[in-house]
Design a protein around this ligand. Structure first.
Ligand code: MSP
Length: 699
């Protein structure tokens, strides 16, 4: 790090996708590290943004029938919205369609060209649109791209190349001389392994005839810049105008945070490009693992992506921040399921931290009228807790500087458990009486525990800004923690505590129906009160009525006649991994064979009912035709399990919704689409359609 300055970046995310927990993780990690460095007295610059050119974006736009510009203008906002919800405080959000970036890319290309590092040749190879990368035949796995396992296409054309091969030895030397350039170590070895083989030159152009959506090469307007060449330069262009207060420039970055999927582009393409232009290399590139769900990398295309908004909705933003930081050991893969989440939050936050803070808080309220007492005479137990606090503080700061956040949080947990142990040994609840000596003893205990907790909460502040402030206020310390807050002895006595409810209420297991209906994940055993009550405690925002319904795509996997009702079928529906039974009055409109294997739109959180003795969970949506028949909605290409929304409304479905909630929306067909007001029903931008006349009501 350059003095007390700290420049950190995230990858810029493709603006073709809805952000999921993986994107959220990298950005959150950058936010937490930024906040830690601010707490430790650094000047920080934190850059994130969106990657808006290239074939992937162009294709996504074409599929949705919008221009690439419309696509990115719309989609980059999804990232910004999520960052706001996650309480992420970046300094600049770069879009690669920004003018200053485009100019910088062109200037850089010209520089490389002038230095003779770019040449033109005919070229053929396998291209993966998903990774936006060429792969050699022998790199493919079963004919698919080796990173995401997606199809590749054979591309043969004349292109411009960067003489990347010239920098192979220099790069190896740099990596060897700077052992912490690529972190963790095993990723460094992976890159060195890759560099053992001869390095190809890097194709840095695409003919305009094939790809319109890119930055024109300054020396040949028939070509646009290869998206990675364009994207990587964001790390420099994003800070061109910025200088730290001491006058120094931000570049080179202290940390590029990346997922392991983009190791080669960052550790080979990027440093050689910089070498080619005679520029400084970043100080550290740190690759983390993948968040897995059902054993696979989370991604939109795998259909197993956990929606971070949903988690926040259920548990509040700080619990999500804590879980993600605590449960991924940097470099390794990690999993997120309801069960893991609940256990972690209940153990660390409800039982340990919350309990300790609540105990001290309550005592100060009940015995000292809400005013913190002052330390009197520390004995051996007090000295011991003070020592533990100092030790934990030192170790935590070290671990943060080594970017080992899960271990740093474990360390703070050790302190919190130490406080609970101290309280149990001192047992303030056994100290009765109001005489001076008694109150002094009690005050001594509460101030010592309060002081240790104040430091623990300050150390947790970058991870849980809101909860930490709340906990500090409960101890009479409402201000934002600073470097000084980490010192023992700041609690002076006389501070008024802010009265509050439990800091972290326990999370109870959901009823099996809840989350499993939503995304097919394991939902635990369903003891005690269920998620509906949790929801009340989470930041309840009055949702648009259109967001309350859980509408999703399901496939009809079995059709039977209802034994007791002539108009009803008994259908077995599968949505994602979940199966259920629905009774549907479709007999007058469809034959059984027309329904089997058909995908339909399911209103999944409708209160279950019994129809003529048979359970029915949910309702299938169809439009009314003038002849009285029903026409099913047509999900187009949307896969079973896809979650639907109206326009841009983020669904936050009620646990159970009623028919009234549905009727209120007055859904109707308009030009073949399903409208709620002016919002069109879609799944990730793909519209649900219906071949019914304009104005037809949907039921
Ligand atoms: N646009 C490029 C990056 C250009 S940087 C100059 C790109 N974008 S991406 O939208 O695909 O985002 C990739 C990054 O998102 C990963 O490197 C990682 O940081 C994060 N993640 C996406 N899925 C992930 C998981 N399942 N788990 C953890 N993080 C992953 O690649």
């Amino acid at each position: 790090m350059a003095g007390k300055n700290f420049y950190i970046t995230t990858p810029i995310y493709y603006a073709n996708d809805r952000p999921h927990i993986g994107h959220a993780y990298t950005t959150l990690l950058a936010d937490v590290l930024s906040r830690y460095h601010r707490l430790l007295g650094y000047e920080v610059f934190f850059l994130t943004g969106t990657d808006e050119h290239g074939q992937k974006v162009q294709q996504a736009a074409a599929l949705r029938g919008v221009t690439p510009k419309q696509q990115v203008d719309e989609y980059h906002l999804r990232f910004k919205e999520l960052w706001a919800r996650l309480n992420i405080r970046y300094d600049h959000f770069i879009r690669t369609t920004d003018d200053y970036h485009i100019r910088y890319v062109q200037q850089s290309l010209q520089e490389l060209h002038d230095r003779g590092e770019i040449y033109e040749k005919d070229f053929e190879g396998w291209y993966s649109v998903s990774e936006e990368q060429f792969f050699a035949e022998e790199e493919l796995i079963e004919g698919k791209d080796p990173i995401g396992g997606k199809p590749v296409e054979w591309v043969g054309e004349r292109n411009y190349f960067f003489r990347m091969s010239n920098f192979r030895e220099a790069l190896i030397r740099h990596i060897e001389e700077h052992p912490d350039f690529i972190l963790p170590d095993f990723r460094k070895n992976e890159v060195l392994g890759f560099l053992k083989k001869p390095l190809q030159d890097l194709c840095i152009s695409r003919p305009r005839s094939r790809l319109e959506w890119g930055i024109p090469l300054p020396f040949d307007p028939d070509y646009v810049t290869y998206v990675w060449f364009d994207a990587l330069l964001n790390y420099e262009s994003g800070v061109l105008d910025f200088a730290f207060p001491d006058g120094s420039r931000a570049w080179p970055a202290d940390y590029h945070l990346i997922g392991k999927d983009i190791l080669t582009t960052h550790c080979v393409y990027w440093p050689t490009m910089l070498m080619g232009m005679g520029r400084q290399l970043p100080r550290h590139i740190l690759a983390h693992g993948w968040w897995l769900s059902q054993g696979r990398k989370q991604s939109k295309s795998a259909g197993n992506a956990v929606d971070p908004l949903e988690l926040i909705e259920d548990h509040g933003v700080d619990a999500v921040r804590y879980y993600l930081m605590r449960d991924m050991v940097l470099g390794q893969d990690a999993s997120v399921t309801d069960e893991l989440f609940r256990t972690r939050i209940n153990t660390d936050l409800a039982n340990d931290l919350g309990n300790a803070v609540n105990r001290v808080h309550k005592f100060v309220l009940s015995r000292f009228d809400g005013t913190m007492p002052a330390i009197s005479t520390p004995g051996p137990a007090e000295d011991e807790l003070r020592e533990l606090t100092g030790e934990v503080r030192e170790r935590t700061v070290e671990l943060i500087k080594e970017i080992k956040l899960s271990f740093a949080l474990e360390e703070v947990g050790r302190l919190v458990r130490g406080v609970n142990r101290y309280l149990e040994n001192q047992a303030p609840w056994k100290i009765k009486g109001e005489d001076e000596k008694t109150l002094r003893d009690l005050g001594n205990i509460l101030t010592t525990a309060g002081e240790a907790l104040r430091i623990a909460l300050s150390l947790l502040y970058p991870v849980m800004p809101e909860k930490s402030r709340q906990g500090l206020a409960m101890l009479g310390q409402p201000d934002e923690p600073t470097l000084d807050s980490l010192d023992w002895g700041r609690l002076r006595g006389g501070e008024k505590v802010r009265r509050a409810e439990a800091l972290f209420p326990r999370i109870e297991a959901r009823r099996p129906t809840e989350r499993s209906e939503k995304n097919g994940e394991d939902s635990g055993s369903g003891r005690g009160k269920a998620g509906s009550e949790q929801k009340k405690t989470a930041n309840a925002v009055a949702a648009d009525p259109g967001a309350l319904l859980d509408l999703r795509i399901a496939e009809i996997v079995a059709v039977e006649d209802h034994p007791a009702a002539d108009s009803l079928y008994v259908l077995r529906l599968r949505s994602g991994e979940e199966e259920r039974q629905v009774c549907a009055g479709l007999k007058g409109s469809y034959r059984a064979t027309e329904l089997l294997n058909r995908r339909v739109v399911l209103f999944a959180n409708l209160k279950p009912a019994k129809l003529r003795g048979l359970e029915s969970r949910g309702m299938i949506l169809a439009a009314d035709l003038p002849d009285g028949k029903a026409r099913l909605l047509d999900p187009g290409e949307l896969a079973s399990g896809s979650v639907l929304r109206f326009g841009e409304l983020t669904p936050s479905p009620r646990t159970k919704a009623g028919l009234k909630d549905f009727e209120k929306l007055e859904l109707r067909v308009e030009r073949g689409k399903i409208l709620y007001g002016s919002r069109e029903l879609n799944g990730d931008g793909d519209f649900v359609r219906c071949d019914a006349p304009d104005g037809a009501a949907v039921h």
